[in-house]
Write a protein that binds this ligand. Sequence first.
Ligand code: MG
Length: 515
Amino acid sequence: MSVKDSLETLKKIGSELIRISQISALLGWDQETYMPREGIDDRASQQALLSGWQHERLTDPKIGKALEDLGVDIEVKRLELSQFISIPGLSEEDRAFVREMTRNYRREKKLPKSLVEEFAKETSISQSKWVEARERSDFEIFAPHLERVLKIEMEMAELIGYESEPYDALLDAYEPWMTTKELVNVFDRFETALKNLVDRIVDSSKEINDSFLYKRYNVRKQEAFGRELLEAMGFDFDKGRLDVSAHPFTTTIGFSDVRLTTRYSENNLKDAIFGIIHEGGHGLYELGFSENLRGNILAEGASMGIHESQSRLWENIIGRSYGFWSAFYPKLTEYFEDALRRVTLEDFYRAVNIVRPSLIRVMADEVTYNLHILVRFKIERALLNREISVNELPRVWNNEYEYLLGVRPSNDAEGVLQDIHWSLGYIGYFPTYSLGNLYSAQFYMKMREDIEDLDEEIERGNLRPVLGWLRENIHRYGKIYPAGELCKHVTGEPLNPQYFMDYLEKKYSEIYSLN
Ligand code: MG
């Protein structure tokens, strides 16, 4: 086949894959928002059918043939980015497209259908066992199922292949092209610094009052305020929605149809507001891909870490800044006149930035959050390297919490059972949350360099320059650049955790009067 024909074949399959994943996303969104409880059995079969189609399309021999005709060595032991730079006659975008088709094809082809099905079955059982185990705070209920899921994942890692340890193969699904070694290198550089900063904050014994955040806040008003924030961020409600679900998420149904969800609690003002800003950041990324990527598999985030950098940049760096609340706090006090009557802007800013080592990851502040991730990463890696076994998990978990955060869970529910991820088979996913924090600080540093009056614009409530910069430098590229390349392209250097540490140091030295 000619280059043109091969490319056309791949594009056709690629656009079908997009359609299948959009349909599946719509079913998933409906399941989490409006589907009646008893719809679940049919929904599960509908999703299983789509997964089957997806696997079939992903392993279509036509893909292999077209890639070979383009001169791609699909049998090579380890894919290198440089392999794709040398394909003649292709634009940068088409080279990236071929690269992603190759990655997907190779990965999927190595996994036998029976193993993929077994994985789907075991994870759906283990998820329900995890729910039960957490309710009863009894790890023993979950352990045998986690054992099975882990065994399948280890088998998958061996089939997929890896550079130096099995974790590489799993990490690659969420953070393509990054190796465990690189990750360890990055995390090592900030673990000690982070731990020191947390110790200094705790030792400062500065008391910040945040009790007013837990008064009664009318849920409808929270939603109205949240929608105002999304509009200020530039979220277009003609291309998206905001609904309610048990666990907040963002999902993409179409190129111009992105759904956000959040959850409201009457006794917690922080949860919904920062959750909405966070999902808004994900949503803006999904709506920001360049128009010519419509229907292309490149219309996707560069990696999970880069995706998370977009949500965290909005939620934390912008959304928890003094400048942001200088603009939006007056509005918030209009909604909640009584509850916030005696609360100054200064009080509010400090309260939403309180640092408190705690047991539960999803409630953690932006400083200690990363320590929660380090615990999980160390444990996952040790499990895959067979250094620890599943039945040791509660003890190892508690010891790590005591060591890194200075707090010790008193039961499994607030310890090893708190996250759903492992029950779904998402081993290798957690590190992307921390990578998101690190990338966000590095991007923001560059944004400030590029936009001279950025701080003043934010204080005025004008967030358009922020979105404009993100669109121009990050969003429009979609998956054209791998995460590491994108970072270099945007900031001129590889991922450097120092930017995040500098950001935390500056912000929290001021809040906690550290010296
Ligand atoms: Mg997120």
